[in-house]
Design a protein around this ligand. Structure first.
Ligand SMILES: C[S@@+](CC[C@H](N)C(=O)[O-])C[C@H]1O[C@@H](n2cnc3c(N)ncnc32)[C@H](O)[C@@H]1O
Length: 215
């Protein structure tokens, strides 16, 4: 079975039990046993993170949300960010630690919806790449709010996501790509998080957003 098909079958089974996140650890464990592959495992940072001009100088702490196998977190740490990376899957976290022995990254198994105090305290840079889109649309508003809450006053949020045109929404996922309005919804007047830029990339069959916010 193709990895995408395998993932959708696992997710559908978990969602039928009203469990939006329970299948991730099963997936990483299956990949560890060679049963399937992790399609987003690129062995390095996402291209839109690697090419992001970002803050000119690293200036403090960074967190990677839903960090998977650690490629984005290692990239930030190598650029001088004091980096934490968390994922709901303990198997993914163990695999990232094994892949990068001696890494300065703090790898933590944690749930975005119930972060431990060390994560809930907030960060100067928050990188959310492909995690919100991996949760069903009914979780979107909550997930966006939970990501937003991790940005410290004066901090920066970077969002990388698959893009959907308005009205293009498919019920079949993951992923469930974000519309422009959804990516812009990370901005929030009450918490002072403002939109700095949204870039749209259309290349071949892929359509993606890279958005930056400042608190
Ligand atoms: C599509 S993958 C993207 C992984 C990584 N950001 C990347 O781009 O390689 C989504 C990740 O989010 C994690 N995840 C899903 N729900 C989560 C939650 N509630 N809290 C933390 N991580 C979560 C999954 O385990 C998975 O590693």
């Amino acid at each position: 079975m193709e990895p995408d098909e395998y993932i959708r079958a696992l997710a559908a089974e978990s969602l039928a039990r009203d469990d939006a996140t329970g299948w991730w650890d099963t997936l990483y464990a299956a990949a560890g046993e060679g049963v399937t592959e992790i399609p987003w495992d690129r062995g390095g940072p996402h291209a839109l993170l690697a090419s992001w001009p970002g803050p000119a100088e690293p200036r403090g702490s960074a967190v990677v949300v839903g960090a998977g196998l650690g490629g984005d977190a290692e990239f930030l740490a190598a650029r001088g960010w004091r980096t934490t990376a968390f994922d709901i899957s303990p198997t993914a976290i163990a695999a990232a630690k094994a892949r990068f022995p001696g890494s300065p990254v703090q790898y933590v198994a944690a749930d975005l919806f119930d972060p431990p105090p060390s994560i809930a305290a907030g960060f100067d840079l928050v990188v959310e790449s492909l995690t919100v889109q991996a949760l069903p649309p009914s979780y979107r508003e909550r997930a966006v709010g939970a990501v937003r809450a991790l940005v410290r006053p004066g901090g920066t949020l970077l969002v990388i996501a698959a893009a959907a045109d308005e009205g293009e929404r498919s019920e079949e996922g993951p992923p469930w790509p974000l519309t422009r309005a959804e990516v812009e919804s990370f901005a929030h007047q009450a918490t002072g998080l403002r939109l700095v830029s949204v870039e749209e990339f259309r290349e071949g069959g892929s359509h993606r957003w890279r958005a930056q916010f400042s608190a």
